[in-house]
Design a protein around this ligand. Structure first.
Ligand code: ADP
Ligand code: MG
Length: 360
């Protein structure tokens, strides 16, 4: 199926936006903290045309599902909420949005922690910007996308995913200060590459666990008398907090420190150690890992050629990311998946080898 077959006319314009993987800095973006994502080769394409009726029509090729928006005062559920949300935030920003036909097609796996949701939002906003020649820049696109996800899809997300999809490329990591939106384009240590493996375990509990962690962080910040946990750099300060707030805050503070250490320039060994420490912190202090992710990370960590590995994304299932020696990712993935899947899991490679460094 294509646009023409679904909507009986050709598309007027189209735009694409990538998924992302986060190398370091997990659960920090809603604490005004620091993150290190990169774009991945998988992306989402949105095609647009004007609708001749007074109704929006959205079609997802991935879901083979079409939704007609009959009443714009009623937010749709499911995938349509992301697209509808993007159109609504543009309206609220003062732009007049006509009735549209929207066709979505994506190679970003949904719900695996590679941010298919941000890719959908950013591609939608880019396509509308192009169609209507709107004067909005890439940072504004990310901010509008985040508003759409929070207010229409009902996910209380930070700004990382949308900033990564809107501003990152697949050749660099993007250091982002989520408070000031200051950013820096960087490379990984020389002679390394990145591997992403799906644990095969769906992210059940992800939204409830996510909202609970968010609330715990806000409470911890309040108790410590700061605007956000980003304002604390010494993890010892958390000792006055009751459990589990103490450990939740300690994760965020140490995780921010790990990202800032990378900013100073680190070796591949050190970057790997920081990823391993991030996983331990997410597992023990933040408690967002599950046995499958721990198993996969341990298998990765003990495989020669791997500098470090951690769960990536919100946790409770989803994917793991590893920093490995250049040229080794495919061999490592095959070796690790053989053992992992023998243990009864259903893992698979999501991104085989992402080159984000110079060869030495
Ligand atoms: P992630 O962003 O990590 O992939 P989310 O749960 O945040 O996971 O977002 C996944 C949701 O985004 C899907 O359930 C669906 O509603 C929507 N979505 C993303 N990409 C598409 C697509 N190509 N077609 C339809 N819906 C999509
Ligand atoms: Mg998402």
């Amino acid at each position: 199926m294509d646009f023409q077959q679904i909507f009986d006319k050709p598309a007027q314009t189209q735009a694409t936006a990538p998924g992302r993987v986060n190398l370091l800095g997990e659960h920090t973006d809603y604490n005004d903290g620091f993150v290190l994502p990169t774009a991945i080769p998988q992306s989402t394409t949105v095609q647009l045309g004007f609708s001749s009726e007074h109704q929006h029509h959205f079609y997802s090729e991935n879901l083979n599902e079409q939704v007609t928006i009959l009443d714009i005062n009623h937010t749709p559920s499911g995938f349509a909420s992301y697209i509808f949300g993007c159109l609504e935030v543009l309206q609220k920003a003062g732009y007049t949005i006509p009735s549209l036909c929207v066709y979505v097609q994506s190679s970003v796996p949904m719900g695996s922690g590679l941010s298919s949701s941000a890719a959908l939002e950013v591609a939608t906003l880019r396509a509308v910007r192009q169609l209507l020649d709107l004067p909005i820049d890439d940072v504004e696109i990310a901010q509008l996308a985040q508003q759409a996800e929070i207010h229409y899809a009902g996910v209380q997300c930070g700004i990382m995913d949308q900033m990564a999809s809107s501003l990152a490329d697949t050749e660099h990591i993007l250091f982002l200060d989520t408070r000031t939106l200051e950013r820096r384009v960087m490379l990984l240590p020389d002679n390394t590459e990145v591997l992403v493996i799906d644990s095969g375990v769906p992210r059940t509990l992800a939204s409830s666990g996510y909202n609970q962690r968010r609330a715990e962080c806000e409470e911890a910040a309040r108790s410590l008398g700061v605007k956000a946990l980003r304002d604390i750099t010494d993890p010892k300060v958390t000792e006055k907090l009751p459990e589990p707030l103490r450990r939740r805050a300690r994760h965020v503070i140490t995780e921010n420190n790990r990202v800032l250490e990378v900013l100073q320039g680190v070796s591949s060994q050190r970057f790997g150690e920081l990823m391993n420490a991030s996983h331990a912190s997410l597992r023990d202090d933040y408690e967002v890992s599950v046995p499958a992710l721990d198993t996969l990370v341990e298998l990765l960590q003990k495989t020669p050629g791997v500098f470090g590995a951690r769960l990536t994304g919100a946790g409770f299932g989803g994917a793991c990311v590893a920093l490995v020696a250049a040229g080794e990712a495919t061999r490592i993935a095959t070796h690790v998946l053989e053992q992992y899947n023998q243990a009864g899991y259903n893992g698979r490679i999501l991104v085989p080898s992402l080159e984000l460094s110079n060869a030495a």
